[in-house]
Design a protein around this ligand. Structure first.
Ligand SMILES: CC(C)(COP(=O)(O)OP(=O)(O)OC[C@H]1O[C@@H](n2cnc3c(N)ncnc32)[C@H](O)[C@@H]1OP(=O)(O)O)[C@@H](O)C(=O)NCCC(=O)NCCS
Length: 315
């Protein structure tokens, strides 16, 4: 087995592995990964995707890639095939070697002061060793979902001066301001530094709304909470379509002074009702284990399906 630069390969070399990976995403997360896989394969063909491939007898059976975002490196994916008689321990070993290559490359890249990774299909702890040994912090996160047949319209009354309306393109800047205020001092802004500044939150929104990395943004099931007399945005929920019948909440947050009045519950109920009306079957989200919001999601019927890790290094 050897580890080689991913840029030596073409989409034809990587495609069989991506097909395996697409099945894993579907089985574990009810997520249709084929759109993301096609995007990755296009990047591989243009030789612009930094990463590494694990090769055995000329065949790619594992890979990891990353991207540079300013001073930050983000590990985009890690996948090692489990089949062909690979023992699980062999698979772990290859995952660790690929990760170590990626981590060392990023930590030695001039100007890179921060590295982030969220590896959804890897169970918590399983790939933690190379991260922890290289000085990363680990944050356990939950992947939760609820069958839409189990969701109900919100029974709790909302404050009278708040109304909920559909997301529109004009909400971009104000939503970015709400995100920055909502996550000030919050554990999630340790995990994702885009939450810390207005320009970062705009980049976050661009990634969610304009690019198909985290499913396809679904404007119909995305809403904002508005203070009627102040005419200002106080909260937002964004939802993407990750499979033809599965929605995924990519963001839900409120300004701190409006919390605890069931506005968050009402936003989630609006998203669920819209998806149900359109015959979606499932709604999912991810949440940091240490976030109080976990209790709200459980109360609304969400169940934890997986625990995975987010990793952060600051140099
Ligand atoms: C999570 C959030 C959208 C919930 O909205 P909300 O209107 O406050 O929630 P509701 O009034 O409908 O329900 C109250 C529940 O929300 C959760 N909650 C309350 N304050 C919270 C806070 N500061 N952070 C996270 N969750 C909170 C609790 O579970 C609370 O139930 P409890 O009072 O029994 O503990 C909102 O609190 C928020 O913006 N938090 C910060 C951003 C965040 O964590 N977003 C979720 C990321 S996955």
């Amino acid at each position: 087995m050897e580890i080689l630069d991913l840029r030596h390969f073409s989409s034809a070399d990587l495609r069989p592995l991506m097909e395996d990976e697409t099945q894993v995403w579907s089985r574990l997360l009810s997520w249709d990964y084929s759109g993301s896989a096609e995007m990755i394969l296009r990047y591989v063909d243009s030789k612009i995707l930094p990463g590494y491939a694990a090769i055995d007898r000329g065949r790619i059976f594992g890979y990891a890639f990353f991207v540079y975002e300013g001073n930050k490196g983000v590990i985009g994916d890690l996948f090692v095939a489990n089949g062909n008689g690979n023992r699980a321990s062999g698979q772990r070993e290859v995952e660790s070697r690929l990760l170590l290559h990626v981590i060392e490359t990023l930590q030695q890249s001039p100007g890179i002061h921060r590295v982030e990774a969220q590896l959804l299909v890897h169970e918590t702890g399983v790939v933690a060793r190379p991260f922890v040994e290289q000085g990363f912090h680990r944050y356990p996160r939950l992947f939760m979902s609820v069958p839409l047949s189990n969701t109900h319209p919100s029974s709790s009354p909302m404050p009278r001066d708040i109304e909920i309306r559909r997301w529109s393109e004009q909400d971009y800047q104000t939503a970015a301001a709400v995100i920055t205020a909502a996550y000030r001092g919050h554990v999630d802004s340790e995990i994702n530094d885009q939450y810390r500044t207005l320009s970062g939150a705009v980049r976050f929104l661009n990634n969610i709304v304009r690019f198909p990395g985290c499913g396809l943004f679904d404007a119909e099931s995305s809403f904002v909470a508005i203070h009627k007399t102040l005419r200002s945005l106080v909260g937002v929920i964004l939802c993407s379509r990750v499979r033809h019948d599965v929605g995924h909440v990519t963001q839900v947050c409120l300004l701190p002074e409006y919390r605890g009045q069931k506005i968050g519950e009402a936003l989630l109920a609006h998203t669920a009702a819209n998806l149900r009306k359109r015959n979606f079957s499932l709604l999912s989200l991810t949440v940091t284990e240490a976030n109080r919001a976990v209790d709200l999601y459980k109360r609304l019927g969400f169940e934890s399906k997986r625990v995975f890790d987010a990793f952060v290094w600051e140099g």
